[in-house]
Ligand binder design. Sequence first.
Ligand code: ARG
Length: 340
Amino acid sequence: MSSSYVMRPARLDDFDILMQLAEESGPGFTSLPVHEPIIRERLEKSEKAFAGKLPQPQYGKYLMMMVDHETGEVGGCSAVKAGVGIDQPFFNYRVITIAQASQAADRRFDMDALVLTNEFVGYTEVGTLFLRKAHRGGGAGRLLAQSRYLLMAAGPERFGDMVLAELRGVVDPEGRTPFWDAMGAHFFRMEFTEADILSATTDNQFILDLMPKYPIYVDLLPPEAREVIGRVHADGVGALKLLEWEGFRFERTVDIFDGGPLVAAPRSLIRTIRESRLVTLQVGEANTASGLVSNDKASDIRVTMADGELRDGAVFVTSPDVLDRLKLSPGDTARIWLRS
Ligand SMILES: NC(=[NH2+])NCCC[C@H](N)C(=O)O
């Protein structure tokens, strides 16, 4: 673990290391499949997005790498998709509540049902956060997560007014996915992993073709499946806490395959963005505050951790190596987010 990490846009020559991250993240991490064409495409799309070479900003698929500035080693990556549901549908189940009442039978109660929706068109999605084992702890996970919001702050016109994140649902210790077994398995006639990979590598037409056409009443599902609707996988609990800290809330919307929760927040209310401010950088000895500093350039974003001091709310005094990592000079503008 090192405090000299810097986030930067992914480049085409990150191919080998990104394949390595895909290997390490394992088969459950479907946004980074061990599949050369997909990994290469990720890098090409990201480069185009940062360069602003897109017919519409909503097509942007940004990937950032976290690099140890001293050793050059890559410690992880994280991503932002500018707009979901634009080039292909984005499916979820919305949990709706249906009031049941009968005067003649003298009863009133509520029942939940799952309805297939494609209602998040234009939302920005944060995801693909992977931190290599050797780099865990010491704030690297927060750097990976928060840099995505500092990217949005640097180029708000590139992103949606609303931001969402999808979290992995429950897989039991035997590797079974209770929600899939009770639901998807009947309609797709394949293993969860196969469907999961298809959804990560195709245009999702197979979902439209095979998903049940009518709402599903939750009471008709077995208890194991009911219990995991909207519940996050044990590995995702930390990620969910971090998202909630930023202001994301459960939307009563869950993943169609594993029942995992979708959380969302208005972009302008995301804590890292709201608490960030533009400052002029100066070099000096000061460490009364600590947080993150971004070069605030959406086309060539750089973010790093820093100690320093905020003076008059407009000047941030920090060490020369912070400026070096950001490729900035004294007097340049930067965006800071300070821990309170
Ligand atoms: N766990 C899954 N692979 N779910 C299917 C994909 C769901 C996602 N919301 C999409 O439409 O792309």
